[in-house]
Design a protein around this ligand. Structure first.
Ligand code: PHE
Ligand code: FE
Length: 282
Protein backbone atom coordinates (compact mmCIF):
# COMPACT_ATOMS: atom_id res chain seq x y z
CA UNK A 1 0.00 0.00 0.00
CA UNK A 2 2.24 2.82 1.10
CA UNK A 3 5.39 3.70 3.00
CA UNK A 4 5.72 6.42 5.60
CA UNK A 5 8.62 7.87 7.55
CA UNK A 6 11.48 9.77 6.05
CA UNK A 7 11.39 8.92 2.34
CA UNK A 8 9.01 11.76 1.52
CA UNK A 9 10.74 12.95 -1.67
CA UNK A 10 10.57 10.87 -4.83
CA UNK A 11 13.72 8.91 -5.67
CA UNK A 12 15.98 10.17 -8.46
CA UNK A 13 14.34 9.75 -11.85
CA UNK A 14 10.76 9.77 -10.52
CA UNK A 15 8.34 12.63 -11.16
CA UNK A 16 7.05 14.83 -8.32
CA UNK A 17 3.97 12.57 -8.10
CA UNK A 18 6.35 9.58 -7.73
CA UNK A 19 5.44 8.06 -11.11
CA UNK A 20 8.04 6.69 -13.53
CA UNK A 21 7.87 5.35 -17.07
CA UNK A 22 7.20 1.65 -17.16
CA UNK A 23 9.90 1.19 -19.84
CA UNK A 24 8.23 -2.01 -20.99
CA UNK A 25 10.93 -2.97 -23.56
CA UNK A 26 13.41 -3.27 -20.68
CA UNK A 27 11.74 -6.37 -19.15
CA UNK A 28 13.85 -9.46 -19.83
CA UNK A 29 12.60 -12.79 -21.17
CA UNK A 30 13.13 -14.23 -17.68
CA UNK A 31 10.93 -11.50 -16.17
CA UNK A 32 8.16 -12.19 -18.68
CA UNK A 33 8.56 -15.86 -17.79
CA UNK A 34 7.95 -15.12 -14.11
CA UNK A 35 4.71 -13.32 -15.00
CA UNK A 36 3.56 -16.23 -17.17
CA UNK A 37 4.34 -18.81 -14.49
CA UNK A 38 2.45 -16.82 -11.86
CA UNK A 39 -0.39 -16.09 -14.28
CA UNK A 40 -0.85 -19.70 -15.29
CA UNK A 41 -0.88 -20.96 -11.70
CA UNK A 42 -3.54 -18.44 -10.67
CA UNK A 43 -5.61 -18.76 -13.85
CA UNK A 44 -5.91 -22.51 -13.19
CA UNK A 45 -6.86 -22.04 -9.54
CA UNK A 46 -9.22 -19.07 -9.57
CA UNK A 47 -12.30 -20.15 -11.57
CA UNK A 48 -14.84 -21.18 -8.93
CA UNK A 49 -12.86 -19.33 -6.26
CA UNK A 50 -12.54 -15.71 -7.42
CA UNK A 51 -15.72 -13.67 -7.81
CA UNK A 52 -17.26 -13.04 -11.26
CA UNK A 53 -16.22 -9.36 -11.26
CA UNK A 54 -12.56 -10.35 -10.91
CA UNK A 55 -12.71 -13.12 -13.53
CA UNK A 56 -14.56 -10.88 -15.99
CA UNK A 57 -12.01 -8.13 -15.41
CA UNK A 58 -9.14 -10.50 -16.11
CA UNK A 59 -10.84 -11.50 -19.37
CA UNK A 60 -11.72 -7.93 -20.39
CA UNK A 61 -8.12 -6.75 -19.85
CA UNK A 62 -6.52 -9.76 -21.53
CA UNK A 63 -3.75 -9.83 -18.97
CA UNK A 64 -1.86 -12.98 -19.94
CA UNK A 65 -0.63 -12.26 -23.51
CA UNK A 66 3.07 -11.52 -23.69
CA UNK A 67 4.05 -11.79 -20.05
CA UNK A 68 4.38 -8.56 -18.05
CA UNK A 69 1.61 -6.31 -19.40
CA UNK A 70 2.43 -3.10 -21.22
CA UNK A 71 0.61 -0.47 -19.15
CA UNK A 72 -0.13 1.68 -22.20
CA UNK A 73 -2.13 -1.14 -23.79
CA UNK A 74 -3.75 -2.07 -20.51
CA UNK A 75 -4.75 1.56 -19.87
CA UNK A 76 -6.46 1.79 -23.26
CA UNK A 77 -8.84 -1.00 -22.22
CA UNK A 78 -9.21 -0.05 -18.56
CA UNK A 79 -9.86 3.66 -19.08
CA UNK A 80 -12.55 2.87 -21.67
CA UNK A 81 -14.32 0.70 -19.08
CA UNK A 82 -14.23 2.76 -15.87
CA UNK A 83 -11.95 5.77 -16.39
CA UNK A 84 -9.15 4.24 -14.26
CA UNK A 85 -5.51 4.08 -15.35
CA UNK A 86 -2.48 2.32 -13.90
CA UNK A 87 0.69 4.37 -13.28
CA UNK A 88 4.13 2.87 -12.61
CA UNK A 89 5.95 3.77 -9.38
CA UNK A 90 9.37 2.65 -8.09
CA UNK A 91 7.94 0.91 -5.00
CA UNK A 92 5.90 1.91 -1.98
CA UNK A 93 4.87 5.57 -2.01
CA UNK A 94 3.91 7.89 0.87
CA UNK A 95 0.30 7.74 2.04
CA UNK A 96 -0.76 11.13 0.68
CA UNK A 97 0.74 10.35 -2.72
CA UNK A 98 -1.07 7.01 -2.82
CA UNK A 99 -4.44 8.51 -1.83
CA UNK A 100 -4.06 11.41 -4.23
CA UNK A 101 -3.60 8.95 -7.11
CA UNK A 102 -6.61 6.85 -6.06
CA UNK A 103 -8.79 9.95 -5.67
CA UNK A 104 -7.98 10.69 -9.33
CA UNK A 105 -8.66 7.13 -10.49
CA UNK A 106 -5.00 6.28 -10.96
CA UNK A 107 -3.72 3.05 -9.46
CA UNK A 108 0.01 3.13 -8.57
CA UNK A 109 1.72 -0.15 -9.48
CA UNK A 110 5.26 -1.30 -8.74
CA UNK A 111 7.24 -1.65 -11.96
CA UNK A 112 9.51 -4.52 -10.91
CA UNK A 113 8.60 -8.21 -10.89
CA UNK A 114 9.68 -10.71 -8.23
CA UNK A 115 12.57 -13.08 -8.93
CA UNK A 116 11.92 -16.75 -9.80
CA UNK A 117 12.92 -17.84 -6.28
CA UNK A 118 10.29 -15.48 -4.79
CA UNK A 119 7.18 -16.90 -6.51
CA UNK A 120 5.36 -17.51 -3.25
CA UNK A 121 6.47 -14.74 -0.99
CA UNK A 122 7.82 -11.24 -1.25
CA UNK A 123 7.59 -8.29 1.05
CA UNK A 124 6.95 -5.40 -1.32
CA UNK A 125 4.13 -5.42 -3.85
CA UNK A 126 5.45 -6.08 -7.36
CA UNK A 127 3.71 -5.64 -10.70
CA UNK A 128 2.13 -9.09 -10.49
CA UNK A 129 0.42 -8.30 -7.19
CA UNK A 130 -0.47 -4.76 -8.23
CA UNK A 131 -1.69 -5.46 -11.76
CA UNK A 132 -2.95 -9.05 -11.70
CA UNK A 133 -4.25 -8.68 -8.14
CA UNK A 134 -5.78 -5.21 -8.13
CA UNK A 135 -6.55 -4.09 -11.66
CA UNK A 136 -9.25 -6.62 -12.71
CA UNK A 137 -11.53 -5.33 -9.92
CA UNK A 138 -11.10 -1.78 -11.26
CA UNK A 139 -13.18 -2.85 -14.29
CA UNK A 140 -16.20 -3.22 -11.98
CA UNK A 141 -18.09 0.09 -11.84
CA UNK A 142 -19.08 -0.12 -8.19
CA UNK A 143 -15.69 -1.26 -7.00
CA UNK A 144 -14.01 1.40 -9.18
CA UNK A 145 -16.11 4.07 -7.44
CA UNK A 146 -15.27 2.60 -4.03
CA UNK A 147 -11.54 2.82 -4.75
CA UNK A 148 -11.80 6.48 -5.75
CA UNK A 149 -13.87 7.26 -2.64
CA UNK A 150 -11.29 5.43 -0.56
CA UNK A 151 -8.57 7.74 -1.89
CA UNK A 152 -10.60 10.80 -0.93
CA UNK A 153 -11.38 9.23 2.45
CA UNK A 154 -7.70 8.44 2.98
CA UNK A 155 -6.71 12.07 2.60
CA UNK A 156 -9.35 12.98 5.16
CA UNK A 157 -8.38 10.21 7.60
CA UNK A 158 -4.77 11.43 7.45
CA UNK A 159 -5.87 14.94 8.46
CA UNK A 160 -8.05 13.52 11.25
CA UNK A 161 -5.37 11.17 12.58
CA UNK A 162 -7.52 8.03 11.99
CA UNK A 163 -5.56 6.45 9.17
CA UNK A 164 -4.83 3.34 11.27
CA UNK A 165 -8.58 2.68 11.36
CA UNK A 166 -9.17 3.36 7.68
CA UNK A 167 -6.14 1.26 6.66
CA UNK A 168 -7.86 -1.76 8.24
CA UNK A 169 -10.82 -1.23 5.94
CA UNK A 170 -8.46 -1.33 2.95
CA UNK A 171 -6.74 -4.42 4.28
CA UNK A 172 -9.91 -6.39 4.94
CA UNK A 173 -11.66 -5.38 1.70
CA UNK A 174 -9.30 -4.39 -1.13
CA UNK A 175 -6.51 -6.78 -0.06
CA UNK A 176 -8.20 -9.70 1.72
CA UNK A 177 -11.93 -9.42 1.07
CA UNK A 178 -14.34 -12.31 0.46
CA UNK A 179 -17.78 -12.03 -1.13
CA UNK A 180 -20.92 -14.03 -0.32
CA UNK A 181 -22.62 -15.31 -3.48
CA UNK A 182 -25.43 -17.82 -4.15
CA UNK A 183 -22.69 -20.26 -5.25
CA UNK A 184 -20.73 -19.85 -2.01
CA UNK A 185 -17.88 -17.66 -0.80
CA UNK A 186 -15.73 -16.06 -3.47
CA UNK A 187 -12.47 -14.09 -3.38
CA UNK A 188 -12.10 -10.48 -4.49
CA UNK A 189 -9.10 -9.32 -2.37
CA UNK A 190 -5.93 -8.59 -4.36
CA UNK A 191 -3.64 -10.01 -1.67
CA UNK A 192 -5.44 -13.34 -2.01
CA UNK A 193 -5.91 -13.64 -5.79
CA UNK A 194 -2.20 -12.92 -6.32
CA UNK A 195 -1.18 -15.64 -3.81
CA UNK A 196 -1.21 -19.33 -4.75
CA UNK A 197 -1.28 -20.55 -1.16
CA UNK A 198 -3.82 -18.12 0.23
CA UNK A 199 -6.24 -18.53 -2.72
CA UNK A 200 -6.89 -22.07 -1.49
CA UNK A 201 -6.44 -21.50 2.26
CA UNK A 202 -8.88 -18.58 2.59
CA UNK A 203 -11.82 -20.66 1.33
CA UNK A 204 -10.91 -24.23 2.25
CA UNK A 205 -8.92 -24.24 5.45
CA UNK A 206 -10.79 -24.75 8.72
CA UNK A 207 -8.40 -22.51 10.69
CA UNK A 208 -9.28 -18.92 9.73
CA UNK A 209 -12.55 -17.28 10.75
CA UNK A 210 -14.81 -15.86 8.03
CA UNK A 211 -16.97 -13.15 9.57
CA UNK A 212 -19.81 -11.10 8.15
CA UNK A 213 -18.55 -7.66 7.12
CA UNK A 214 -19.29 -4.94 9.63
CA UNK A 215 -17.65 -1.56 9.07
CA UNK A 216 -16.94 -0.70 12.71
CA UNK A 217 -15.83 -4.25 13.51
CA UNK A 218 -13.37 -4.11 10.63
CA UNK A 219 -11.95 -0.75 11.66
CA UNK A 220 -11.40 -2.13 15.18
CA UNK A 221 -9.51 -5.22 13.98
CA UNK A 222 -5.70 -5.18 13.64
CA UNK A 223 -4.11 -7.23 10.86
CA UNK A 224 -0.95 -9.20 10.29
CA UNK A 225 1.25 -8.71 7.28
CA UNK A 226 3.64 -11.63 7.83
CA UNK A 227 1.41 -14.69 7.37
CA UNK A 228 -1.91 -15.90 5.98
CA UNK A 229 -4.83 -14.11 7.62
CA UNK A 230 -6.56 -15.52 10.69
CA UNK A 231 -9.76 -13.69 9.91
CA UNK A 232 -11.53 -12.65 6.70
CA UNK A 233 -14.60 -10.42 6.36
CA UNK A 234 -17.36 -11.43 3.96
CA UNK A 235 -19.27 -8.77 2.01
CA UNK A 236 -22.88 -9.22 0.92
CA UNK A 237 -22.23 -7.10 -2.23
CA UNK A 238 -19.97 -4.36 -3.56
CA UNK A 239 -22.99 -2.05 -3.66
CA UNK A 240 -23.34 -2.45 0.08
CA UNK A 241 -19.65 -1.66 0.61
CA UNK A 242 -19.85 1.51 -1.47
CA UNK A 243 -23.09 2.58 0.18
CA UNK A 244 -21.72 2.14 3.71
CA UNK A 245 -18.48 3.92 2.96
CA UNK A 246 -20.19 6.93 1.39
CA UNK A 247 -21.48 7.96 4.81
CA UNK A 248 -19.57 10.62 6.77
CA UNK A 249 -16.83 8.86 8.76
CA UNK A 250 -16.34 11.88 11.08
CA UNK A 251 -18.75 10.60 13.76
CA UNK A 252 -17.51 7.03 13.27
CA UNK A 253 -13.91 8.09 13.88
CA UNK A 254 -15.02 9.87 17.04
CA UNK A 255 -16.68 6.71 18.32
CA UNK A 256 -13.67 4.61 17.37
CA UNK A 257 -11.35 6.80 19.42
CA UNK A 258 -13.13 5.52 22.55
CA UNK A 259 -13.40 1.84 21.53
CA UNK A 260 -10.71 -0.82 22.12
CA UNK A 261 -9.39 -3.03 19.31
CA UNK A 262 -11.08 -6.39 18.75
CA UNK A 263 -9.36 -9.78 18.30
CA UNK A 264 -8.42 -11.21 14.89
CA UNK A 265 -10.80 -14.02 15.84
CA UNK A 266 -14.53 -14.64 16.08
CA UNK A 267 -16.32 -13.13 19.06
CA UNK A 268 -19.90 -13.96 20.18
CA UNK A 269 -21.12 -10.81 18.41
CA UNK A 270 -19.86 -11.95 14.98
CA UNK A 271 -21.82 -13.77 12.31
CA UNK A 272 -19.57 -16.63 11.19
CA UNK A 273 -19.49 -18.28 7.73
CA UNK A 274 -18.37 -21.90 7.39
CA UNK A 275 -15.53 -23.05 5.12
CA UNK A 276 -16.99 -24.52 1.91
CA UNK A 277 -17.62 -28.13 3.03
CA UNK A 278 -17.08 -29.60 -0.44
CA UNK A 279 -13.58 -28.23 -0.43
CA UNK A 280 -12.26 -28.99 3.04
CA UNK A 281 -9.36 -31.51 2.92
CA UNK A 282 -9.03 -31.28 -0.80
N1 PHE B 1 -16.95 8.32 3.66
C1 PHE B 1 -15.63 8.30 4.22
C2 PHE B 1 -15.38 9.59 5.06
O1 PHE B 1 -16.26 10.37 5.30
C3 PHE B 1 -14.59 8.18 3.14
C4 PHE B 1 -14.43 6.82 2.57
C5 PHE B 1 -15.02 6.47 1.36
C6 PHE B 1 -13.68 5.86 3.20
C7 PHE B 1 -14.83 5.20 0.82
C8 PHE B 1 -13.51 4.61 2.67
C9 PHE B 1 -14.07 4.27 1.47
O2 PHE B 1 -14.27 9.81 5.48
FE1 FE C 1 -2.09 -4.49 -2.74
Amino acid sequence: MSADFFAQVPPAGARPDWTIDQDWPAYTAAEHGVWLTLYERQAALLPGRACDAFLHGLEALDLHGQGVPDLRELNGKLSALTGWTVVAVPGLVPDEVFFEHLANRRFPAGRFIRRPEQLDYLQEPDIFHDVFGHVPMLTDRTFADYMQAYGEGGLRALRLGRLHNLARLYWYTVEFGLLDTPQGLRIYGAGIVSSYGESAYCLDDPRPDRLAFDMIRVMRTPYRIDDFQQVYFVLPSFQRLLQETLQDFGPIYERLAALPDLPMRRTPADHVFQASPSRVNR
